[in-house]
Design a protein around this ligand. Structure first.
Ligand SMILES: *Cc1c(COP(=O)(O)O)cnc(C)c1O
Length: 374
């Protein structure tokens, strides 16, 4: 059996036909940028997460960059974020000319509020929590810290569209929140796309301008920016997929529950608190034998992924700064492994993956493994 981590082809003919219909409408009306589908998508997404405004942009990275810019964050400012994320999170901060300050994580792979507190300085302007693997951060404590220290909160909800905590959706907590709709994400376009949400009219207005070269009325430029607009084609594709998102998340949760059951006592499986509803953007296990397990799975046709093997402060682009002390992140990044768990995977495939994980641990005692890994 061959099991890819995630296949982006669409074998289902009906699904392809629906997408082509959405594309056909856009080609017929010809408003290829900022078309009517974008507005519809924006209003769906803002309603969905309970925010007043949504601004569609070209990617999740753009969303983060513009969200920070809309708050006036820039040179001389510090933004506290996690040490474990896709590098886009740090890049968005650095490209505003602010400094990303990396904090440690807890066992749930999310920002540790205690570590955030330790990193607050006179220059800190904002906290940028990432809802990693689709699990919402400890927003209660983070919002409390932000309020006490008068900091903005920008949620990187790229992986968490549709996740909930205490009845609130990812993206509902911060001054601003950013989603990515790239093809790997749960609510995915057929290319790059992202969305920013906020309740603040002033930020919304500034975002509309920042999205298009810092212009108002198309020709008047009030501040330098980039062209970050979303293609109407991608908006139309997202709109046509929007209604399926809850079912896809339900399916991912079902897959996660199968894995939890089959892998219990073999590896550390992801946990969920009573008030959490995780989307399982990734199903991420933890084991000390991670590298050997990954190899073993590959030799049995199973593609797994380490997301992400290099902590952001350890990236060549960032490790010129003074060393960052994140002991938990350093420990956890060696243990994490994401298994194939997209909504398209079948129960038979889940059982096969789980059986291979089990066989790996049964085959060799830990001591043998330690020897063979040096
Ligand atoms: C995917 C992702 C991004 C960037 O989104 P793009 O649409 O790929 O630019 C940012 N942060 C996190 C945590 C992500 O997973």
């Amino acid at each position: 059996m061959k099991i890819p981590f995630l296949s982006l082809s669409i074998p289902d003919r009906t699904e392809r036909e629906n997408l082509l219909k959405a594309v056909d409408k856009v080609l017929a009306h010809g408003q290829l940028i900022n078309g009517p589908e974008l507005e519809q998508l924006e209003s769906r997404v803002s309603n969905f997460c309970g925010k007043r405004y949504a601004v569609g942009v070209n990617s999740g990275t753009d969303a983060l960059f513009l969200a920070l810019r809309s708050l006036g964050i820039g040179s001389g400012d510090e933004v506290i974020t996690t040490s474990l994320s896709w590098i886009a999170t740090a890049n968005a901060i650095a490209l505003t000319n602010a400094t990303p300050v990396f904090a440690d994580i807890r066992d749930d792979l999310n920002l540790d509020p205690e570590s955030v507190k330790e990193r607050i300085s006179e220059r800190t302007r904002a906290i940028l929590p990432v809802h990693y693997t689709g699990k919402i951060c400890d927003m209660e404590n983070l919002l409390d810290i932000a309020e006490r220290n008068r900091l903005f909160v920008i949620e990187d909800a790229a992986q968490a569209f549709g996740s909930e905590k205490g009845g609130r959706k990812a993206g509902a907590f911060g001054d601003l929140a950013c989603y990515s709709m790239n093809p790997m994400k749960i609510f995915a376009a057929c290319g790059e796309a992202g969305i920013i949400v906020t309740d603040r009219k002033d930020l919304y207005d500034r975002l509309l301008s920042l999205r298009y070269n810092g212009t108002v009325m198309k020709e008047r430029c009030i501040e330098p920016s980039l062209n970050c607009r979303m293609d109407t084609l991608q908006a139309a594709i997202l709109l046509s997929r929007y209604d399926n998102v809850p079912d896809n998340i339900a399916r991912r949760r079902e897959i996660a529950s199968w894995y939890n059951h089959l892998l219990a006592d073999i590896v550390e499986t992801p946990t969920e608190k009573e008030d959490e509803y995780d989307s399982y953007y990734t199903y991420t296990i933890k084991t000390n034998e991670r590298d050997l397990l990954k190899e073993y799975l590959a030799s049995h046709g199973i593609e797994s992924k380490i997301q992400h093997p290099i902590l952001m402060p350890g990236q060549p682009a960032y490790n010129t700064a003074k060393p960052v002390y994140c002991p938990n992140a350093e420990r956890l990044v060696k243990k994490i492994l994401s298994l194939p768990a997209s909504e398209k995977i079948t129960k038979t495939e889940v059982e096969y993956v789980a059986a291979c994980v089990k066989a790996f641990f049964e085959k060799a005692s830990f001591r043998d493994l330690a020897e063979s890994s040096g």
